[in-house]
Ligand binder design. Structure first.
Ligand code: ADP
Ligand code: ZN
Ligand code: ZN
Length: 748
């Protein structure tokens, strides 16, 4: 076939990224005929790979290959007539490079499942359904018992110019019903081209009026308005309920009015129907949500709508950062400190950090919002790299409640609660309020113990205790999810005196039920909300406002508006205080402030009681007496002195193997080789270890680590790249599992 004059000369070699953990491209010859517009990076191809055929993505078009042209296999087929979006490809390449991850695997993970499988990129047309002349003349009643068909007929009758397929299915009608009407000659369908431009909203963008901003909100928004057309990173720090979301909404209004798109990231736990409803109430244009509940087809639709520019507002959790945007206008990362933005396996990216990179690349504003910003973002703000905007007042009149520390030592406890806490609960319920009891351990008790010999129920596979559950009764390991039945007698001494040790949500629920038999106790944790809709049903009941007790883990503490809660009791604040992980204090302070933020959000003031065995702990006191900013200041100083992030950059090599010695030997060799190389290169990177991981045995495997840290990111990067390459070619490493975590969020 002669190629048209506009087509670039055909390359002789295609460098293809294939979904494998190997960090390299694979060379293929182009197939004949190629795509009519010529080969371009970003096109999907089907290629033979080992014994399989896989979908890969062309990354390079070249004329030479290190392997010689003759030995190359041809690609089997080109799947696209145009490349995948350039901004998306750029982000994937950036991600793979930054996180030292195989590009093929990064591209694969960042692509909707159906596109990974080779589905055509774009539905260029859509279906529009309308009634035929016969249909118009037909009375719905004549359809008899086919009630939905009759309703569909009426829907189409109301829209003489037709209704698009997606709108029909959004109303709950099925294809079968459409086909039935078509089969009877009542309705017909035509294909129409998709226009890329969103329906210009004009003056009708808002479906409800925006709120009048208070002074601080107005200042923040005008600051944001001044940076709409450039990279303009802002840290929006505001206590829970101070009106950050309202600022986001009004920023988005400005962006969408310009015909551009806004991408909003929320933590996993934060994409609630409430949040979505709030965005959808405000805007008349579509708000596309990307969450785990979508089918593959819905996900592809959303991706496509964003890519083609049809979706002006996209809201989603971590992986939504990989959504292509036709006309990027702004990125918002809500609760930017939240741990769920970091993917903890496979491609270990941090969505907030990628959001920053993306905003920089697109030259658009980015807002990082939080009541308790990460130390990383605070340092950037201090250095003047981010604009620091603050909302100190709640939109409602009440100031956020202070934390009141109460001493657990030597006091009798019921369901983990000591008498002053129980009295306070009594008082709050009596005054008609709701009470939130926060306890970050699900199950009945953290473990089961023999009162005779001290035996503790432990996991056979992990260095951890088994959690006692009552509903249903069993012992479960929260690290490997293995379950065991509850023994009748101690396996060591035979005594029948086995007792639960400590308190989990189930036990607290039970005790509170006994203490306050007249009020309803709702437990909210991963177990109680496993059933679909269970969580929403409970929340709706809570929102009715009757006095009640809520017992919950951080599921309750984050993201939910609980206007009737007047008292929060934290059963134990000590988990993060003396943990080995250097971020533990930061994270537990953020969680405490967030839990505390649940109290007194509506017209009533709130109170927060924090039970602790360490009421004199300086960090805890600083947080309680002076607030998060003061604690953050203090923690930053400690990190600076200790040479820890955010003042130094870190990477963690994790290795696991079935035998302890194997992992240690390999890690030792890797660390040794790296040290030698660092010395020869005179590169200022510290290499620590190997050391066993804090929980050395997990799922029956031994975990070992080597830690890298450097003052300069570029040095760390160079060392990480070298270490990854070394690991990849090491024969020993091929038999172990390993990964390199750049900017690890935990050291476990
Ligand atoms: P945040 O996102 O900081 O938690 P929200 O934006 O959700 O805060 O605001 C908390 C509550 O205050 C919401 O009910 C919101 O409707 C209300 N609110 C926010 N800003 C204003 C305002 N300027 N005037 C009146 N009410 C406001
Ligand atoms: Zn015993
Ligand atoms: Zn286990």
């Amino acid at each position: 076939m002669p190629s048209s004059p506009a087509t670039p000369p055909a390359p002789k070699v295609l460098g293809v990224a294939v979904p494998t953990p190997l960090r390299k491209l694979f060379d293929y010859r182009p197939c004949q005929p190629g795509p009519s517009a010529g080969w371009q990076p970003g096109m999907r191809v089907r290629v033979p790979f080992g014994r399989r055929e896989v979908v890969g993505i062309v990354v390079e078009c070249r004329d030479t290959s290190d392997f010689g042209l003759a030995s190359l296999k041809p690609v089997s087929a080109c799947l696209d007539s145009q490349p995948l979006p350039a901004d998306w490809l750029w982000l994937c390449r950036f991600t793979a490079r930054y996180y030292q991850h195989a590009l093929g695997d990064a591209l694969h993970q960042a692509l909707p499942v159906l596109l990974r499988q080779g589905r055509p990129l774009e539905a260029r047309t859509r279906e529009r359904w309308q009634l035929t002349a016969t249909g118009q003349a037909t009375d719905a009643a004549s359809l008899g018992r086919a009630r939905r068909q009759a309703e569909l007929l009426e829907l189409l009758r109301q829209h003489p110019r037709g209704v698009v397929g997606s709108v029909i299915s959004a109303q709950g009608f099925t294809r079968a019903q459409l086909r039935a009407l078509a089969g009877k000659g009542l309705a017909e369908c035509r294909e129409e081209p998709l226009t890329a431009a969103p329906s210009t909203p004009g003056g009708a963008l808002l479906a409800e009026p925006a709120l009048t901003l208070n002074r601080e909100q107005a200042t923040a928004l005008s600051e944001l308005h001044q940076g709409l057309d450039r990279y303009h990173p802002c840290l929006l720090q505001g206590v829970t309920g101070s009106g950050k979301t309202e600022v986001y909404l009004q920023l988005i209004e400005a962006i969408v009015t310009q015909g551009r798109q806004a991408l909003v990231l929320v933590p996993e736990i934060g994409l609630t129907p409430q949040t979505l409803a709030r965005f959808r109430r405000r805007f008349r244009v579509p708000v596309v949500a990307l969450h785990s509940g979508l089918t593959d087809a819905e996900r592809l639709d959303a991706w496509e709508a964003a890519r083609a520019g049809r979706a002006p507002i996209i809201i989603g959790t971590r992986s939504a950062i990989f959504t292509p945007l036709a006309r990027p206008g702004a990125i918002i990362v809500d609760e930017e400190h939240d741990g769920s933005y970091k993917q903890q396996d496979g491609l270990r990216y941090h969505a907030r950090d990628l959001a920053i990179a993306r905003a920089h690349k697109h030259r658009i504003p980015i807002v990082l919002g939080s009541a308790t910003p990460s130390l990383e973002s605070l340092v950037q703000a201090r250095a003047g790299n981010y604009r620091h905007l603050r909302l100190t007042r709640r939109a409602s009149s009440h100031a956020p409640a202070r934390l009141e520390l109460i001493d657990l030592r030597g006091r009798s406890r019921q369901g983990g609660l000591i008498p002053p806490a129980i009295d306070a609960i009594k008082g709050a319920l009596g005054a008609g309020g709701q009470v939130l009891v926060f306890i970050n351990r699900r199950g009945f008790a953290p473990t089961l113990a023999c009162h005779n010999c001290g035996w503790l129920a432990e996991c056979d596979w992990c260095d951890s205790r088994l959690t006692l559950h009552r509903q249903p009764p069993q012992l479960t390991c929260h690290h490997c999810e293995r379950q065991r039945s509850i023994p009748d007698a101690c396996p060591d001494c035979g005594s029948a005196d086995l007792r639960p040790l400590g308190t989990g949500t189930e036990r607290s629920e039970e005790s509170l039920g006994e203490l306050f038999p007249d009020v309803c106790v709702h437990r909210i944790d991963r177990d109680s909300t496993r059933r679909k809709d269970a969580f929403e049903t409970t929340l709706n009941e809570i929102r009715r406002g009757e006095p009640c007790l809520l017992v919950g883990t951080q599921m309750l503490a984050k993201g939910h508006h609980l206007p009737h809660v007047t008292l929060v009791v934290v059963v134990n604040a000590d988990a993060g205080l003396y943990a080995s992980d250097f971020r533990a204090l930061e994270h537990s302070a953020q969680l405490l402030v967030q839990v505390a933020g649940r109290a007194g959000r509506a017209e009533r003031p709130g109170r927060v009681l924090v039970q602790t065995l360490h009421p004199d702990d300086p960090h805890l006191r600083l947080l309680a007496e002076s607030g998060y900013d003061a604690l953050a200041e203090n923690l930053l100083e400690e990190r600076r002195i200790a040479g820890l992030p955010p003042y130094r950059h870190m990477a963690l090599l994790r290795l696991e193997s079935p035998r302890e010695a194997d992992g240690l030997t390999l890690a030792g060799e890797a660390a040794g080789a790296l040290r030698q190389w660092l010395q020869a290169r005179e590169l200022a990177v510290d290499c620590l270890g190997p050391v066993p991981a804090p929980m050395e045995r997990r799922q029956g495997r031994y975990h070992v680590q080597v830690m890298l840290s450097a003052a300069r990111r570029s040095s760390l990067h160079e060392a990480s790249a070298w270490l990854t390459a070394w690991m990849e070619q090491s024969p020993l490493a091929r038999r172990a599992r390993w990964n390199l975590d750049i900017d690890p969020q935990t050291l476990s």
